[in-house]
Ligand binder design. Sequence first.
Ligand code: TIU
Length: 288
Amino acid sequence: MRIVARGGKIAAASKAEGTKRGHFTYKFGFLSLGHRIGTLARLVLNVRGCDHPRISSNQRGVLMNVNRTVSVDAEPYSFEFEPAHCALLIIDMQRDFLEPGGFGEMLGNDVSRLRSTIEPNRRLLAAWRGEGLQVIHTREGHRPDLTDLPPAKKARGRSKTSIGDEGPMGRILVRGQPGHDIIPELYPLPTEPVIDKPGKGAFFATDLHAILQSRGIQKLVVTGVTTEVCVNTTVREANDRGFDCLVLADCVGSYFPEFQEMGLQMIKAQGGIFGWVSDSARMLAALG
Ligand code: TIU
């Protein structure tokens, strides 16, 4: 109890709650009731070995102190975070971008370059969930009536088939359509917020900032696609709003190898002008 009590206001509240309701609630007092139910369900799944192939001592039910400081080896220098105040933000891992026959491939892109990010993301997500930490997903897409689709975005590319038109997985990048949804390998749990965004950045015209503030999140571990488009735009938006971002190189993907390389360089250059870069192996090692 002493350790968590040093963590400030949120932790102090959890201490009071824990005193009333026992050790388990005390450990998770910083999360909502929904989170706690979700975490309990995940712990049960862990014990049965259904959901998380990577079994660490924490995932077997020894819960980490969410107010400890975790240090991840990264460039330009170590990224340090308190798990209670850090979320995994998974950007646009949608069928339309990653699956053969989707919007990405229709534009002439090689989706295998994005698909290589699925397994590292899956392992990271399993570990992150196993620790009971916060996860937020995003999806790029538009209202079915396309009132939030700027004419310029619709026209861009001069493609015969464009956003809002019928594609191989339903209407392209339209909410509620199969292609717009998140790939099954990384499907959100009911307790994990999904941000539907009409733009490339996850802050533009969404409630992401409000959700981060209400949950006390100050740092983001960012993964997803594509590195130079929605990941970079979101990291830049987050940086201007005062959030620290760590991007995991093997968990972000681009259709273009040179953009993958430069997209990451641009984030960590000049002493971390927009944030930090590491990889999933170093993050998993840090989580322990
Ligand atoms: N999510 C995201 O990056 N949206 C894109 O349209 N990316 C492309 O690289 N086209």
